[in-house]
Structure formats: C-alpha cells, structure tokens
Design a protein. Structure first.
Length: 293
C-alpha cells in the first residue's frame, strides 16, 4: 500500500462530490459560492495528533494538539470551517465536563447547524490504553519477552471493561451528538493498529511485549474498535475502519513506514501515538469512507 502523505491528503478534491455526499447543495460553482462546511472535530489524542509538531497555537497546551492532525488535514481538503476541540487524554466524560480548568466540555462546540463531526474516543475510558500498555510492557520486560504473562494475568479483564463501560459510553455520546447537531454527518474513527498481528523479530527493543502478548493486545484493540463500530451502526453514525488501511503500519515497522510510534526509540514526544503519516492516513481514510475523494 502506498503510504499517504499530508500533501496528498490535503489535495483531496471535494468541490462537488464531497459537498454533495454531506447533503449540501452542489452545482457548477458550488466550491466557490457555497458557505464553508461547518466542521467540528472531537476526541482524544489520536484525533488531536498528540506528539506531532508543530503544536496548534490556538489549543490549550495540555491538550498537546497539533496543527497537522487529521481534522486539520481534512478541513483543508474540504475548505471547511473547522472548530477543533480535540484534546489528548480525553475520555467520553470530557464531552460534557471540563477536562482541564479553562477547557470547556467538547460538546459545547456542537451547534444545531454543524454539518460534519469526526471523533476518536474510548481508548482512555477506564484507562484501557495506558493500563494495558504499561501492564503488558512491564510483564514483557520481566519475562524477557517470552510467553504471554499479561494475557495469563489479566485475561478478559480489559475487554470486559470495554464491553460493560466503554461501549455504552460511546453509544450514548454518539446519540448526544445527533441530538445536539441533528443535521451533521457523524464519523467515528477506529484506532489504527498499534501492534502487528503476531510477534515480529527485533520489535521487543521498541515495544517490550512478550511474544504471546502481542496478539493479545491486538485482540484488545480489535474489541475496542468493534465497540465503536457497533455503536456507530446503532446510532446512524459512520464508522471509519482503520484496520486494513493501517495494516503494515504498526509500531513495529521501521521509521518511514509506521504510522504509530513505539514506546522506545520513536520520533514523537508522546509514544504509542500516530505520527504525521498516521494522521494523514486517518484523514485520507475518513475522506474515502465519507465519499469525499
């Protein structure tokens, strides 16, 4: 698969096809005469692009939002009016409550005339991402990379929390978005693959996971993405599947090929997060799913 670049993504043409796909009036001069698409970007660090430079000068510093995140790239390709309230570390609770002092709840950005909403969310609920990465990384180091110590200890614990807590929270959030912005096309993105499907020689130095815990974490991420997919289907939102698009771009891949930076020896100042190429890939897959290409 040819890896998309920010320039390639920004070049997406949405003058007629994309505008029509979002339910707006299209005509011979639609791109020049129509009002800019009113686009609100919600979500966590994968939406904010936390770890990628440069930082968005209009964002709260604690959110670690970059001006090269997928909402900015998508908005540029659509010539949309973007309201970006994505914030690193956000949980579903921060849609309706302040994440930090002076940072408004994200849903405050939604208006009745909003036309497009995108988000990634759920990975921070119950501390799923950080707890599983830390637990499995620690277990991997202690085991010397052998066996499946994390899976043996935690079993279905993480997946059960996703099912019982994260999934209903995502579904409730999508319903609230629909209520606040009934005219909007809503797209929730799955998370790009962090780990490969199975252990890869040489990756342990970058991602200190035991051999049997690599597929264990992959399965957990698949379950989280599945929760977002189901919630989207049940609320009339669009699910943007990052699975096939991000395959072969996981954190074990070499620099220049990976979309997710590893725990160690990566380029981002926030590890285990998308790099600039990953954000561009998310923008491109979103545009393709929404028929904006």
């Amino acid at each position: 698969m040819r890896m998309p670049t920010p320039h390639r993504t920004v070049a997406v043409v949405a003058a007629v096809t994309g505008v029509a796909a979002l339910g707006l009036a299209a005509g011979p001069a639609a791109a020049d005469t129509a009002e800019p698409l009113r686009y609100v970007a919600l979500g966590d660090s994968y939406s904010a692009g936390s770890g990628v430079l440069p930082l968005d000068p209009g964002a709260p510093l604690l959110c670690a939002r970059t001006s090269r995140n997928y909402p900015h790239l998508l908005a540029a390709s659509l010539r949309a009016k973007l309201t970006d309230v994505t914030c690193g570390g956000a949980q579903t609770t921060h849609f309706t409550t302040a994440q930090y002092p002076g940072v408004a709840p994200q849903f405050d950005a939604l208006k009745s005339d909003t036309q497009l909403v995108t988000l990634t969310i759920g990975g921070n609920d119950n501390n799923t991402f950080i707890s599983s990465i830390l637990a499995c990384g620690s277990a991997g180091i202690l085991s010397g990379g052998k066996g499946s110590p994390c899976k043996d200890r935690y079993g279905d614990t993480f997946k059960d929390e996703v099912e019982s807590k994260t999934y209903p929270a995502i579904k409730a959030s999508l319903n609230q978005i629909k209520n606040r912005s009934p005219k909007a096309k809503v797209a929730i993105l799955g998370y790009p693959w962090i780990t490969p499907a199975k252990s890869v020689p040489g990756c342990f130095l970058k991602m200190p996971l035991a051999e049997g815990d690599v597929p264990y974490l992959r399965d957990l991420q698949a379950h989280l993405n599945g929760a977002a997919r189901r919630a989207a289907a049940e609320t009339g939102a669009t699910y943007v599947d990052m699975g096939a698009a991000s395959d072969a771009h996981d954190a074990c891949r070499p620099a220049g090929q990976r979309w997710i930076e590893p725990v160690l020896f990566g380029t981002n100042f926030v590890p285990v997060h998308p790099n600039a190429a990953g954000e561009a890939g998310m923008a491109e897959q979103t545009a393709r799913t929404l028929n904006l290409t």
